[in-house]
Design a protein around this ligand. Structure first.
Ligand code: ATP
Ligand code: MG
Length: 252
């Protein structure tokens, strides 16, 4: 599943890590693919250095290369496991339009792997070639947004991109849902924007409940731990929400 947004900083990586945390506590085996040149997921998941990274995988989508780019995550919270397909700044080379026909490479490389219950692809904050690679390799796409004017515009563009990839490259792709993140229920603007998203995309497209603004998410990131390890009411609240999202996603 691809986790994407047009806008940066809306919470894609936090959602990927939240879902990976929920999966590991259920005993599932997940793979996080870090397709963002910033490499945030790779650093937060405290992975070990790998001989190859996702940049090599896009250059040579072979079984040998992808296996050398895989590393287990250090989270010792079991019973499940999280592996990471390590990110690298040089992957940015693959984000530009080459003028050539799009031939998906990540999908080809991932086809060499089996045994994962869930594959989560953390996308860069753009709808460029890397996000297209992610969408071409996914059966589901999860859009993340914040309740703001530009956030709503970004959702519209992301939905268009998903439809375009579905039409041209990957007929198996469908929208898993829209995550509305960093919601402050007391803010009138947030209520207005969430209402607007419901009106446009319908109630069922929005993941519920919305993810509230909680410091536990930033703390978990700082500790390099899943948010469920932050033993505060906020940490529990957010980790329960991601657990509910995982249930909904696994049903799709
Ligand atoms: N619900 C939330 N409450 C509080 N802080 C949050 C929440 N969601 C995300 N954050 C914080 O906002 C920052 C951006 O989040 P994150 O890195 O997940 O966004 P992103 O969409 O992956 O960003 P980028 O586009 O740069 O990859 C992080 O520091 C994260 O801790
Ligand atoms: Mg990110």
């Amino acid at each position: 599943m691809s986790v994407l947004s047009l806008k940066g900083g809306v919470g894609k990586t936090s959602v990927v890590l939240g879902l990976a945390g929920a999966a590991v506590s259920r005993g599932l085996a997940s793979l996080v693919v870090d397709l963002d040149p910033q490499g945030n997921a790779t650093s937060i998941l405290r992975t070990h250095t790998t001989r190859k990274t996702v940049a090599d995988v896009l250059a040579h989508p072979t079984q040998a290369t992808i296996e050398e780019a895989l590393t287990p995550c250090d989270w010792e919270i079991g019973p499940g496991e999280v592996d990471v397909l390590a990110g690298h700044p040089s992957v940015i080379r693959y984000d530009s339009w080459t003028g050539q026909t799009f031939r998906p490479k990540l999908a080809k490389a991932l086809a060499h792997l089996d045994g994962y219950d869930l594959v989560l692809i953390d996308c860069p904050p753009s709808l460029g070639a890397l996000t297209r690679e992610a969408l071409a390799a996914s059966d589901l796409a999860l859009i993340v947004t914040t309740p703001s004017y530009f956030g709503s515009q970004g959702v519209e563009r992301a939905v268009q991109e998903i439809n375009e990839i579905k039409r041209t490259v990957n007929p198996n792709l469908s929208l898993a849902g829209i995550v509305v993140n960093r919601v402050r229920s007391v803010a009138e603007e947030h209520q207005y924007r969430t209402g607007e998203l419901v009106n446009i995309y319908g109630k069922s497209a929005l993941m519920k409940p919305f993810v509230p603004e909680r410091i536990a998410i930033t703390q978990a990131e700082g500790f390099g731990q899943p948010v469920g390890m932050v033993k505060t009411p906020g940490g529990r609240e957010v980790s329960d929400i991601f657990d509910g999202y995982l249930t909904a996603i696994l049903r799709k």
